[in-house]
Design a protein around this ligand. Structure first.
Ligand code: G4P
Length: 295
């Protein structure tokens, strides 16, 4: 399948982000921990140059804990300020304040020398669609407001959320469009639901997902759907035919049967993709350090 991203409506979002970036000191870049490199938009380096930056690997609850550690180390080696978080539950959010101070140390020092004190760092959240930007803003702001107590902390109109005396957050995130030439990157973005699902053939996506999961976690699919037979179980790389056979096996195991008794592959595909995205296949990272095209 050819994975494409149609940027059409993104132009306005990009222009707005360029305007907003001018207002901030710090960029909070959200990545998806299941595909840390593919969920990164390389244009942020240009858009955010001269700004401090922290990297948050979100949805770490859905990703492989060992790989989360590997990737945190990778980003640290690149000189980034990085944390793994779960924006939904709030896990990891407490450590962000310290990371912000670290990332903005030079700026704070410059301010101090110029006699500017107590000016909070202004930040904005950026990331590709569906990476968890709104969830993050809600839970981070909610938490901070609860912590500082009394005030709601939200200054409407102004669009800034006062998190504490050191940090203010723009209430609208910047949407980064996925950008890739590599089809493998487009495919991984489709797995996590960051491409428009309507333009993607779900059965083909499911077959690609079966192949990639099998490459990294050969136990995951047979384990969940009770598939115990077949030579494919011993293969390291599945062929397209084998993957299609596995999808048929999932259809059978989940009683997705079309009229006439044939397996309903389209329903099985939707069910399987949803199982993956919801973490029901386990905590899976689909981009590993040091393997194939990965870093
Ligand atoms: P966006 O603004 O970047 O487009 O993303 P948004 O916050 O809307 O989040 C997209 C989906 O990802 C939401 O699920 C949200 O709950 C989920 N999500 C965000 N952060 C995390 C996380 O750290 N862990 C997990 N497991 N999920 C996360 P949804 O299905 O669209 O909504 P809902 O069913 O959760 O309400």
């Amino acid at each position: 399948m050819n994975y494409q991203w149609y940027p059409g409506h993104m132009t306005k979002a990009v222009r707005m982000m360029q305007e907003n970036i001018k207002l901030v000191d710090l960029i909070i870049e959200l990545l998806d921990a299941r595909i840390p490199l593919s969920s990164r938009n390389p244009d942020i380096n240009e858009l955010g140059k001269n700004k401090s930056r922290i990297v948050l690997m979100n949805k770490s609850d859905l990703a492989d804990p060992a790989q989360n550690r590997q990737w945190v180390q990778y980003f640290q080696e690149q000189g980034a300020h990085v944390l793994e978080i779960n924006a939904k539950s709030g896990a990891g959010l407490k450590a962000i304040d310290g990371l912000v101070q670290e990332a903005c140390r030079e700026k704070l020092e410059r301010d101090r020398k110029r006699g500017i004190v107590n000016r909070p760092v202004r930040a904005m959240v950026v990331g590709i669609p569906n990476v968890g930007k709104s969830t993050f803003i809600n839970s981070f702001a909610g938490k901070a407001c609860a912590k500082t107590g009394n005030k709601p902390g939200v200054t409407k109109g102004k669009q800034w959320i006062r998190l504490n005396k050191n940090l203010e957050l723009l209430d609208t995130p910047g949407i980064l469009w996925p950008r890739f030439e590599d089809q493998e990157v487009g495919m991984r973005l489709a797995f996590i639901g960051s491409m428009n699902d309507e333009i993607i053939v779900q059965e083909e996506l499911a077959c690609d997902l079966i192949r990639v999961i099998h490459r990294y976690y050969p136990e995951a699919v047979p384990g969940r759907y009770g598939l115990e037979d077949g030579a494919w179980l011993q293969s390291t790389e599945l062929t397209e035919e084998e993957a299609a056979g596995v999808l048929a096996g999932i259809a059978e195991s989940r009683k997705c049967i079309a009229k006439g008794g044939e397996p309903d592959l389209s329903r099985a595909a939707a069910l399987f993709i949803d199982d993956f995205r919801s973490g029901r296949l386990g905590r899976l990272t689909l981009e590993w350090r040091g393997i194939s095209s990965d870093e």
